[in-house]
Write a protein that binds this ligand. Structure first.
Ligand code: NAI
Ligand code: OAA
Length: 311
């Protein structure tokens, strides 16, 4: 079984590394447009196999998609990251064209692949890939919710001084400042988080989560990669191992949550067919309103993309 990661930059190389270390596929192809970079990183990673005890072969490719042929899953991380002072939406003019051309090549060589988009602005790039790929909607999805809930869970674990493993949480909506962490669906080993932390502290953690990407951009001058790479690798694992895991992912909604033709984060079941189910959980009026306002923000950027006439 083969997995391809397009874009051998910070997120792509990290994702390839983690997928390889999980030892769940025979081959990971890392493809980039920059001459030699993917070959170099693949070779370097392959040389960690004897140390880290895995068998996954790593193959680099400078824009030669024939090497990606018949991939089971393709992760698209190609595109520019933001710098301090920018929003994710500011990346649309460069990344839309990149995601479109990459998706065309991916589909040409791996028509059955499940495609996971990582490039930003995430929800709109997932829409761009879906429109380009012309594949069933269960085969095109975006990674954001696992990352955003991981940040939320990490902040909560720190505040409560408990293991991050014991924190379960749900977060919905777009991958931007309007995302909707859901404290009502957050537990610590089954105990509602609201019983363990006061409202003021919880509100502060929710706010920090919403701006979690920006916090890292301000610290590093570019965006994060360890947690994003890990989150994308977890989606790959759920699909190739047919795990039926429940994760928040960006998917096309057709009526769920009262949203139509929209690409936003929602809880889904991930298995060998990609998105096998979209779970519709009960939201109260306030949560519904936050989700709809997040979707409205994403729709505004989808309209900008439509206006670019490149799809
Ligand atoms: N969905 C999410 O939660 C997250 C999304 N991102 C996004 O992921 C993207 C990648 O971020 P980084 O890896 O940090 O950037 P990076 O700059 O380190 O890597 C991007 C790579 O894409 C390559 N590339 C550009 N055009 C290409 C093309 N046409 N074909 C193949 N490769 C191409 C570049 O040569 C570069 O190596 C950005 O758009 C960033 O905003 C980053 C973190 C989290
Ligand atoms: O913040 C960014 O630009 C990258 C990203 O999506 C994240 O780390 O959440």
């Amino acid at each position: 079984m083969k997995v391809t990661v397009v874009g051998a930059g910070n997120v792509g190389a990290t994702c390839a590394q983690i997928v390889a270390e999980k030892n769940i596929v025979q081959e990971v192809v890392l493809l980039d447009i920059k001459e030699g970079v993917s070959e170099g990183k693949s070779l370097d990673l392959w040389q960690t196999a004897p140390v880290n005890y895995y068998d996954t072969r790593l193959v680099g490719s400078t824009n030669d998609y024939s090497k990606t042929a018949d991939s089971e899953v393709v992760v698209i991380t190609s595109g520019v990251p933001r710098k301090p002072g920018m929003s994710r939406d500011d990346l649309i003019s460069i990344n839309a064209g990149i995601v479109k051309s990459v998706t065309e090549n991916v589909v040409k060589y791996s028509p059955k692949a499940k495609i996971i988009i990582v490039s930003n602005p995430l929800d709109v790039m997932t829409y761009a890939a879906f429109a380009t790929a012309k594949k069933p909607k269960n085969e095109v999805m975006g990674m954001a919710g696992i990352l955003d809930t991981a940040r939320y869970r990490a902040f909560l674990a720190e505040a409560l001084d408990v293991s991050p493993r014991d924190i379960q949480a749900l977060l919905m909506g777009g991958h931007g400042d309007t995302m909707v962490p859901l404290p009502r669906y957050t537990t610590v080993s089954g105990i509602p988080v609201t019983e363990l932390i006061d409202k003021e502290k919880l509100d502060a953690i929710v706010e920090r989560t919403k701006k979690g990407g920006g916090e890292l951009v301000n610290l590093m001058g570019t965006s994060a990669w360890y947690a994003p790479g890990s989150a994308a690798a977890q989606m790959v694992e759920a699909i190739v191992m047919d795990q039926k895991r429940i994760f928040p992912c960006c998917v096309k909604l057709d009526g769920e949550y009262g949203l139509n033709d929209m690409f936003v984060g929602s809880p889904v079941k991930l298995g060998k067919n990609g998105v096998e189910e979209i779970l519709e959980v009960a939201l109260n009026e306030e949560e519904k309103e936050m989700l709809h306002s997040s979707a409205k923000a994403v729709k505004g950027v989808m309209d900008v993309l439509d206006g670019m006439n490149i799809l």
